[in-house]
Design a protein around this ligand. Structure first.
Ligand SMILES: N[C@@H](CCC(=O)N[C@@H](CS)C(=O)NCC(=O)O)C(=O)O
Length: 210
């Protein structure tokens, strides 16, 4: 069976996270280039793949995976030779899952609510508690170590790091020293730079007039 992965990708969107992941892994992949401006994500052919009409979506060996974090977790396990995750019997698998889930399920909603001025929900009912608590938790996770699991770079950094970089870019997260130092370490990675260069190139190809 063909082992190549196909990423449905719109440059400058959440599918950047998966493009960075693929570049970190160094595995062959194909892209189905999509324009959100052109509403490619709402066309019937794509809705048959992801009925939410959102990117990213990944196809591999006859299955579809959506949700950027789930796609990256899937890829890390499907290609263990890329060493992007602690093994299932390694205790570090616990913190690995913790930060993989914290980023999209707590940090992103906290940042998004703040950015859109939606007002603070009841902290005991909101999954992220308060904005300050979510920010403090993320900052503490990356304060002392180069990466969220210590010396070892993993998929958890792709996920948490992407949210932190995005959050600071759109001013939904503060430029705390822990965040800026972590973002700098991640942006220095050759795979991050390759993915971003590719994104800019693809964006220009799709939207020649900007
Ligand atoms: N929870 C999804 C969110 C995906 C998402 O919202 N993607 C946006 C781009 S950043 C999108 O496709 N928007 C186009 C639309 O909804 O029409 C994930 O993490 O993958």
């Amino acid at each position: 069976m063909d082992n190549t992965v196909l990423l449905h990708h719109a440059p400058m969107s959440r599918s950047n996270i998966v493009l960075w992941m693929l570049e970190e892994m160094g595995i062959p992949y194909r892209l189905n280039l999509m324009s959100l401006q052109r509403q490619d994500q709402k066309k019937p052919a794509y809705l048959a793949i992801n009925p939410m009409g959102k990117v990213p979506a990944l196809e591999h060996k006859g299955v579809v995976v959506t949700e950027a974090a789930a796609i990256c977790a899937y890829l890390a396990d499907a290609f263990p030779e890329a060493s992007m995750a602690p093994r299932a019997d390694d205790p570090l698998r616990g913190p690995y899952y913790r930060w993989m889930f914290f980023a999209p399920s707590s940090l992103e909603p906290a940042a998004f609510d703040r950015m859109t001025g939606r007002g603070a929900p009841d902290p005991s009912a909101a999954g992220y508690g308060t904005y300050d608590l979510a920010v403090e938790t993320a900052a503490t996770a990356i304060a002392r170590t180069p990466f969220v699991l210590g010396d070892r770079f993993s998929t958890a950094d792709v996920i948490l790091g992407s949210h932190i970089i995005w959050g600071m870019m759109v001013k939904a997260l503060p430029e705390r020293p822990e965040f800026t130092a972590y973002a700098e370490r991640l942006r220095a990675r050759p795979a991050w730079q390759r993915a971003m260069a590719k994104n800019q190139e693809l964006y220009a190809e799709l939207h020649p007039t900007g």
